[in-house]
Design a binder for this molecule. Sequence first.
Ligand SMILES: [Zn+2]
Length: 106
Amino acid sequence: MKTDNYCTNCDEYKTDKELVNYKCNICNEYVLSKFSTSNGDKAIKRILASEVEANDMITIPYTDDFRRVLGISYNETEALIGLQEYRRIKIRLNSRVEKLEGAWYL
Ligand SMILES: [Zn+2]
């Protein structure tokens, strides 16, 4: 059955209940999740702010608008993330970030 989560590693759709911290319950990899935007449905991974890397495309918090990560620094509790054509944002290290993986075609 098609759901809004897909593990590319296991080649299987997953229900929300089958995920553990947004990862596959079998292989422990992040699944692709459907994320609807004003610009069409996207496939994202819900990673931790502490896992963001330069050149990732992430949403501006509370929007459906993706920006490229230019650089990251950290303090004890927060990631300070510089976004292209935007300002630097602060996100708690244990908060989730929507990382763009492509269009949702699953
Ligand atoms: Zn899997």
